[in-house]
Design a protein around this ligand. Structure first.
Ligand code: G3H
Ligand code: 13P
Ligand code: ZN
Ligand code: NA
Length: 308
């Protein structure tokens, strides 16, 4: 069924695991993720960015997710990723999303509170839950490119004030992760002390980790071996994600790993089968790669298998 994240987060919090929130942009990506979740009995968060809406057109993604629910019987929350305005959040709520993120991390603190509160009021009146963000992640998003110097980690006391004043349902925090395939220069490092402090100050409150792809070496190497050029890509090691899930982290966002799996598998197929040009062949290979990667994430990293 199409559900909100409320029950998922409650169980994840108590169980010390996390739910995977996967970015979706087309049919093969949705099918790969949902097929994996069905096989291992996991709930899912499928998230749509502004860029995804622009690429696929809003109605297509909504209908594809509805089709996935009919086909799979998996509990799916349909979530807006990084909504940058009240209007976009409202649009998605009106379109039937069950969860929206208002990302006011670029705004000053009081302005972030003001718009987040406005989104929360509209969302809650429609049975929809809201994620907000406090602190700035480094890295690349569609329209924002935050340099490492501009990234600021979430202040624990401010997080408490923010949650209290906005009534938000979950909070994305900055503790050292970043979007994209280049997350760390040297040793990967997350500020667990900060995470623990936030968790202690906000008991039973779901925390969200953005920029949480592992940048799986197998797929980086596959891309590079078959004509790609993405040297030095590095993500958040699996152990660090397992550790974060033990604290209050209930939602772990993954986009880059989907992109790398799809691209790696398609590159490999096309190089190994130069006379093939049926899109179902190479897109099918990409879909299978996504399915196996997501299964691994759910079972071995997130720990949300058999929790449906
Ligand atoms: O947070 C960024 C996500 O990976 C979505 O990326 O805005 O290019 O769709 P996008
Ligand atoms: P990655 O780039 O690490 O996959 O992060 C995705 C994300 O946070 C989407 O909101
Ligand atoms: Zn994000
Ligand atoms: Na957790």
């Amino acid at each position: 069924a199409l559900v909100t994240t409320t029950e998922m987060f409650k169980k994840a919090y108590e169980g010390g695991y996390a739910i995977g929130a996967f970015n979706v942009n087309n049919m093969e990506i949705i099918q790969g993720i949902v097929d994996a979740a069905r096989e291992v009995n996991s709930p899912l968060i499928l998230q749509v960015s502004a860029g995804a809406r622009k690429y696929a057109k809003p109605a297509y993604l909504k209908k594809l997710v509805e089709a996935a629910i009919i086909d799979s019987d998996v509990d799916i929350a349909l979530h807006l990723d990084h909504g940058d305005s009240f209007e976009l959040c409202k649009q998605c709520i009106d379109d039937g999303f069950t969860s929206v993120m208002f990302d006011g991390s670029a705004l000053d603190y009081e302005e972030n509170i003001k718009v987040t509160k406005q989104v929360v009021e509209y969302a809650h009146a429609h049975g929809v839950v809201v994620e907000a963000e406090l602190g700035k992640l480094a890295g690349v998003e569609d329209e924002v490119n935050v340099s490492a110097e501009d990234a600021t980690y979430t202040d624990p006391d401010q997080a408490v004030d923010f949650v209290k004043r906005t009534g938000v349902d979950s909070l994305a925090i900055a503790i050292g992760t970043s979007h994209g395939a280049y997350k760390f220069q040297g040793e990967p490092k997350l500020d667990y002390e900060r995470l623990e402090k936030i968790t202690n100050l906000l008991p039973n409150f779901p925390i969200v980790l953005h920029g949480a792809s592992t940048v799986i070496p197998e797929f980086v190497e596959m891309c590079n071996k078959y004509g790609g050029d993405i040297p030095g890509a590095q993500g958040v090691p699996e152990d660090m994600l397992r550790r974060a899930a033990k604290f209050g982290v209930c939602k772990i966002n993954i986009d880059t790993d989907l992109r790398l799996a799809l691209t790696g598998a398609i590159r490999k197929y096309l190089v190994e089968n130069p006379s093939q040009f049926d899109p179902r062949k190479y897109l099918g290979e990409g879909r299978t790669a996504i399915r196996e990667m997501v299964k691994h994430k759910i079972v071995d990293v997130l720990g949300c298998d058999n929790t449906l």
